[in-house]
Write a protein that binds this ligand. Structure first.
Ligand code: NOJ
Length: 551
């Protein structure tokens, strides 16, 4: 039970395990084929049994759903697809009653083109205050026929779209780093700043415990909007390069400082978590200085391949860089934008973040190897000091869905890249709850889920996993229970040396060993607390990890 809405001063987020819910794919209570808030509330007991500290809800706000809700038309109301504000209040109260905190998504880089402000801006004359809330510019070249600069949308195609004036003549262009339906705000506008303060207060007043901040590296663009040609192999959220005129501009930090002081006006302990795809952990640590965000996603960790040396290096670097600014490191392996780690860790070809994998992608993963590595990777992650993010379905060992029919794909990346990038649908397929129910228990009726679920998912359904003591679900529960018991999230890491191909460390009284090589690794003596795979006597086989109670 979380009393007084949130407990003061505990900085709960420093060591919390936060479970990401992608509402449209979690549980569908009204049976329309799309998950909803009432579905989340009904399934909270499963999350309590799993042992998570908090949930983060991806957007459920009023939206035309052109980017699955990351295109918001009204930041202070619930889209009817997901329910009502009363449903949100009920969910928040039910989660708190079970001791689970609630973080919501804040999308400040852009709105939907259906947002009333953008509609006003389209109707207004160039140069007026309505247009100053977004990035409207005159085009280049004769008649302004060319876009204001050469920026490309992260989903493919140009980042500028031309508008038409009231008399039908072509007019100014507006910037959209993502889909055409996601116009970028201009954070130089005081209206925008004031509006987001209002939005923060709206949700804080409703008792949320914090915000995950979308595209937190992109709000401010470089003066003059200079041309920039990104590396063609960069991931779709960007962040692989330095000096990008739409990422990591110094002005973003004032915005976060403003929000942080606003959050501190509230009782309890509310968190801000930055989604910032930046080229290094070092740079990301600037987002979590003491008066800015509470934490930032550790995408460098997520992007680390299955390689012992690189894994040790990124853990070291993360603890050092975040520690230097007094922030906890976070750890994450999967989310709604990346290939699930059950597939990613066994890919044999390069796969830039956000590109997805499909039927003819090179280097398709072997599912058994991917699952084995994913279980080992999670066993390492949940032993690390700091806060860990889980993505719905990973506790079931859910695979990436590779064979979605082209006509079913919904990620705008797929259409905007003319099918060149599969995009992110493969990790967003609705969850299986019951092996023998229609839509595996995702929906209350026979309505087809918004993305088709593959055949053969019975073993991944929660009830199947419940019955199997060796299932990934039971592994996650054991890990979370032992993590809490030994207070590993608040611990410190001390490296052990067990050979080049292993990752071995001690956190308090627990010794953690992972084998990323090809030969067995002899284990130190001690009682096995939890193992990701069966051991070979006193040795750890390849692609496995274990927690041992230090003697
Ligand atoms: C990051 C979100 O995680 C992703 O799903 C979305 O498409 C972009 N930001 C744009 O909002």
């Amino acid at each position: 039970m979380i009393s007084g809405e949130t407990t003061a001063g505990a900085q709960w987020w420093r060591s919390a395990v936060i479970y990401q819910i992608y509402p449209r794919s979690f549980a569908d209570a009204n049976g329309d084929g799309v998950g909803d808030l009432a579905g989340v509330t009904a399934r909270l007991p499963a999350l309590e049994a799993l042992g998570v500290d908090a949930i983060w809800l991806s957007p459920f706000y009023v939206s035309p759903q052109k980017d699955a809700g990351y295109d918001v038309a009204d930041y202070c109301d619930v889209d009817p697809l997901f329910g009502t504000l009363d449903d949100f209040d009920a969910l928040r109260a039910a989660a708190h009653a079970r001791g689970i905190r609630v973080i919501v998504d804040l999308v400040p880089n852009h709105s939907s083109d259906r947002h009333p402000w953008f509609q006003d801006a389209l109707r207004a004359a160039p140069g007026g205050p309505e247009r100053a809330r977004y990035m409207f510019r005159d085009g280049r070249g004769p008649g302004g026929d060319l876009p204001p600069n050469n920026w490309q949308s992260l989903f493919g195609g140009p980042a500028w779209t031309r508008t038409f004036d009231a008399d039908g003549t072509p007019g100014q262009w507006y910037l959209h780093l993502f889909d055409t339906s996601q116009p970028d705000f201009d954070w130089a506008s005081e209206d925008v700043r004031a509006e987001f303060r209002r939005i923060l207060r709206f949700w804080l007043d409703r008792g949320v415990d914090g915000f995950r901040v979308d595209v937190a590296h992109g709000l401010v663009k470089a003066e003059g909007l200079p041309d920039y040609t990104p590396d063609p192999h960069a991931g779709s959220m960007g962040g692989d390069e330095y000096g990008v005129p739409y990422w990591a501009q110094p002005g973003v930090h004032d915005i976060f400082r403003d929000w942080r002081s606003l959050l501190e006006e509230y009782d309890g302990d509310r968190a801000l978590c930055a989604e910032a795809w930046l080229p290094s952990v070092e740079m990301t640590s600037l987002w979590v200085r003491p008066d800015e965000m509470s934490q930032a996603f550790n995408f460098a960790y997520l992007e680390t391949p299955w390689d012992a040396g690189r894994l040790r290096a990124v853990i070291d670097e993360s603890l050092r860089a975040y520690g230097a600014v007094g922030a906890p490191s976070t750890w994450v392996l999967s989310n709604h934008d990346v290939v699930r780690h059950t597939a990613r860790l066994a890919l044999t070809a390069e796969n830039p973040q956000g590109h997805g994998i499909g039927p003819d992608s090179p280097g398709r993963p072997i599912p058994e190897l991917g699952l084995r590595r994913a279980r080992a990777a999670t066993t390492v992650m949940l032993a690390l000091p700091g806060s860990a993010y889980l993505y719905q379905g990973e506790e079931l060992g859910l695979p990436e869905v590779v064979d979605l029919p082209a006509a079913a794909r919904q990620d705008p990346t797929w259409a905007r890249s003319y099918g060149e990038r599969y995009g992110r649908d493969g990790c967003r397929v609705p969850l299986p709850w019951e092996a023998d129910a229609p839509s595996y228990g995702f929906g209350a009726t026979h309505a087809p889920p918004w993305l088709p679920q593959p055949e053969g998912w019975e073993p991944f359904a929660r009830d199947s996993q419940e019955r199997d003591p060796d299932s990934t679900l039971h592994l996650y529960r054991r890990l979370l229970g032992a993590r809490r018991g030994a207070r590993l999230g608040a611990g410190t890491l001390e490296w052990l040396s067990l050979g080049e191909d292993s990752v071995a460390f001690r956190n308090g009284k627990v010794t953690i060993v992972a084998n990323l090589g090809r030969a067995n690794v002899p284990l130190p003596a001690g009682r096995v607390i939890v193992a990701s795979a069966p051991l070979s006597g006193a040795e750890l086989p390849p692609d496995a990890a274990v927690w041992i109670a230090a003697e």
